[in-house]
Design a protein around this ligand. Structure first.
Ligand code: ADP
Ligand code: MG
Length: 771
């Protein structure tokens, strides 16, 4: 048992030794840990302090540290950045000032590259400003983060302090216990041999052992606890180490970011600086180029000025010369005027002489012209016959009776074909107007005749044909489409107007009618009064109609008034005007008197426009009483007209003017160098073919009256039959009877000089003009 006890004692002893060893190892370890902890905590402390030094804080310690160390790296960084910032701001300000200055400068060329460049620079500046703003805000963010980190570090520090304090306490406690245990072990060692005592004081030993065991147990528990605490501490330490590394990494990251931002900023500043410098350099270079150009210009202007100087000098000389000339001018002018006056006087004298000569020549030419004209008229023949076919009208009715019986030759406007009783008969006149010919066309043909009365010729235009063939239409026309009468007067007015600078003309008109061989004045107060045709008492052989009214006309309105007046007189006089007008000859007598201002030459021309009575053979159709009388008178006068024309064309010595009132009245307008035109009006319809045939035969006969005694005789004989309507065969047509007639010396023309004398002396006041 004792052996067992000794064994257990030795075991215990061993165990105690082991425990002591363990305790020692633990103590060592603890010491090591403590020293480690100490080192770590100092490291941490230094790190925290380093961090504190680096951080911007409001903590006092940090302030103190800052004052001690002159600020943390971060602060330095920040300060540096601030300084950089400030510099940048100043740079920016300077740039702005420069910009302002550039803006304030007058734009040399608004559209040039400078302005574009400056705009680009301005944009870049704005971008950089924006970036600077961004960097500033990022800096502020980083500042805030650093503050936060500092706060967290302060917290960790506090916690570390607390845990250190706790650890110190625990250590205190453990060391106290260790001391107690060592004391106990020492007391246990100091006690006598246990085997003996076991027997003696076994209960005591047992108790002490128990106590020791308990104590051991407790110590082991304590050691376990300490181990636990140690573990926790280690864990904490690891944690804080981890946090520290994290913080370090963060700080490193921030630092690197800051550095990068700074680098970027520097780079941008650099590029900005470079841009600015480049822009300035370019602007300077351009300004230099411009300056050079300006200088060159200036040089050019200078050279110009230099070359202008001599020109100016010559100009001044010229000016002075001119001044002298102007001073002398009045004198020169006077002299020039004097000589010019003399020259002009001489020239006027010369012109006057030339004028006198010219006037003399002109008069001679005038006489020659007249002579030539008369010769021409004599050669051409002064009696023309023109046919006019009216269109078919409603009044012609319809059916076979109203069928067209007249055709024309497309190649010859002087030929007309008439289909009569199934046979085609052709006639040749001077000209034939088809139905579609206008009033103007007809007038154009006769207007040369009309104007010749301004030159002092007498003209007769007759409209011949059966009633309804268009005589009145051709002579009077309608209001809308006037005939020869009105157009002739209008033409005379315009011609007279044209000559008004050299000639003075008066135009007078008379309107008369011959009915049953009685002459009536349609413009007179007593239209029913019969007028007589008498010889002038002055012995000139001239005829005149006493009491025949003459109206002076000056305008178309005057003509219309005269026509209206004549018409009214005729209407009031006769109940059936249409019937009456076809049974009487209507005459419009226009007299044109002219005086040449320069020569005093006077002329008188007469234009007789006659709308003859209907040529139809009333007498043959068994008419009686007044109708028969009318017909006989008409036959007589138309036959007389035919006779006269025939006699005139065949140049007979005796012309039977006195056989009718009409020919007697128109005597001086039919003879001599007067001109006569017969307008033969023709109805185109079937029912009028026999009358048409008669009219055309009459026309052709008038035209074909030719020279030569044989034919003349024949004509004379046929005309003297007084049956102007009854020529059925013996017409003498010469093959050469074209539109002109040849004169012959064997013809006995009426004394031309006497007729001209008559013509030029009609007014009595007019002087005879030598022709
Ligand atoms: P006249 O005087 O020969 O008896 P008018 O001149 O009175 O004949 O004509 C008879 C009819 O024929 C009138 O109604 C007239 O308007 C018409 N007439 C005559 N000639 C023409 C023409 N060329 N164009 C149109 N109508 C015409
Ligand atoms: Mg008529």
């Amino acid at each position: 048992m004792i052996q067992k006890m000794v064994e257990s004692m030795s075991q215990l002893q061993e165990e105690k030794g082991q425990l002591q060893e363990q305790l020692m190892a633990l103590q060592k370890k603890l010491a090591l840990r403590e020293s480690d902890q100490q080192a770590v905590s100092t490291q941490l402390q230094t790190q925290v302090e380093n961090l504190k030094e680096k951080l911007i804080g409001q903590v006092q310690e940090v302030n103190r540290l800052r004052s001690e160390l002159g600020g943390t790296d971060l602060e330095k960084h920040r300060d540096l950045l601030m300084v950089e910032n400030e510099r940048l701001r100043q740079d920016m300000k300077r740039c702005e000032a420069e910009l302002q200055e550039l803006r304030a400068r007058p734009p040399p060329c608004s559209e040039c590259e400078h302005s574009k460049e400056s705009a680009q620079l301005r944009e870049k500046l704005a971008q950089l400003q924006l970036e600077t703003e961004e960097n500033k805000s990022r800096l502020a963010e980083l500042d805030l983060e650093v503050h936060q980190k500092t706060d967290r570090l302060a917290e960790v520090e506090l916690r570390l302090k607390d845990s250190l304090a706790e650890k110190a306490e625990e250590e205190e406690r453990l060391s106290r216990r260790l001391r107690d245990s060592q004391e106990t072990i020492a007391t246990l060692k100091a006690q006598p041999q246990p085997i003996k005592t076991v027997e003696v004081d076994s209960s005591k030993t047992k108790q002490a052992l128990c106590e020791t065991e308990a104590r051991n147990q407790y110590l082991q528990e304590q050691v376990g606890m300490q181990r636990q605490v140690l573990k926790e501490m280690e864990q904490q330490l690891q944690n804080s180490q981890h946090t520290t590394t994290q913080l370090k990494a963060q700080i490193m990251m921030y630092e690197s970011e800051l550095e990068r931002a700074h680098g970027q900023m520097l780079e941008e500043m650099q590029t900005m600086e470079e841009d600015k410098n480049r822009a300035i350099e370019e602007a300077f270079a351009r300004a230099q180029v411009e300056m050079k150009a300006v200088h060159e210009n200036l040089a050019g202007v200078r050279t110009n000025l230099l070359t202008l100087q001599p020109a100016l000098r010559t100009l001044t000389n010229d000016y002075n010369g001119l001044k002298r000339q102007v001073r002398d001018f009045p004198l020169l002018l006077q002299e020039a005027l004097k000589s010019a006056k003399a020259e002009i006087g001489q020239a006027i004298e010369e012109v006057n002489n030339t004028n006198r000569e010219l006037l003399r020549k002109y008069r001679r030419e005038l006489q020659l012209r007249k002579k030539c004209h008369n010769e021409l008229v004599r050669l051409k023949g002064n009696i023309r016959v023109i046919g006019r076919v009216r269109p078919i009208t409603k009044e012609d009715g319809d059916g076979s009776e109203a069928a067209n019986a007249v055709t024309f030759d497309s190649d010859d406007d002087a030929v007309i074909h008439l289909l009569h009783k199934g046979k085609s008969v052709s006639f040749e006149l001077d000209k034939v107007f088809p139905p579609h010919a206008t009033q103007q066309d007809v007038f154009q043909e006769v207007q040369a005749l009309i104007t010749s009365c301004i030159d002092g010729y007498n003209v007769c235009i007759f409209a011949y044909g059966q009633t309804g063939a268009g005589k009145t239409y051709t002579m009077e026309g309608t209001v809308e489409n006037p005939g020869i009468n009105q157009r002739a007067l209008q033409l005379l007015f315009s011609e007279v107007q044209e000559k008004s600078s050299d000639w003075e003309y008066t135009i007078t008109v008379s309107v008369a009618e011959i009915y049953n061989e009685a002459l009536r004045d349609l413009l007179g107060k007593e239209p029913q009064e019969k007028l007589e045709i008498k010889l002038c008492p002055d012995g000139s052989g001239q005829l005149y109609v006493p009491g025949l009214t003459e109206f002076k006309v000056q305008s178309v309105e005057d003509i219309n008034r005269v026509f209206e007046f004549g018409h009214t007189n005729r209407t009031t006089e006769y109940t059936n005007l249409n019937e009456h007008s076809s049974r009487s000859h209507a005459l419009l007598i226009i007299t044109v008197r002219g005086t040449d201002y320069s020569t005093g030459l006077r002329t008188t021309g007469k234009l007789n426009l006659v709308d003859l009575a209907g040529s139809e053979r009333v007498g043959k159709s068994g008419a009686e009483g007044s109708r028969l009388r009318e017909a006989q008178y008409i036959n007589k006068s138309l036959s007389a007209l035919g006779d006269v024309i025939s006699a005139l064309r065949s140049r007979q010595g005796h012309v039977p003017f006195r056989n009718s009132k009409l020919t007697y009245l128109l005597q001086d307008s039919l003879s001599g160098d007067s001109k006569t035109l017969m307008l033969v009006q023709v109805s185109p319809v079937e029912k009028n073919t026999s009358e048409t045939l008669c009219s055309l035969k009459f026309a052709e006969r008038v035209r074909s009256v030719e020279l030569g005694p044989g034919s003349r005789r024949a004509e004379l004989m046929s005309w003297s039959s007084q049956e102007h309507l009854e020529f059925e065969g013996s017409l003498v047509q010469t093959p050469s009877s074209a539109r002109s007639y040849s004169s012959s010396s064997s013809g006995t023309p009426i004394s031309r000089s006497s007729s001209i004398r008559r013509k030029l002396q009609t007014s009595g006041k007019m002087k005879p003009v030598p022709v």
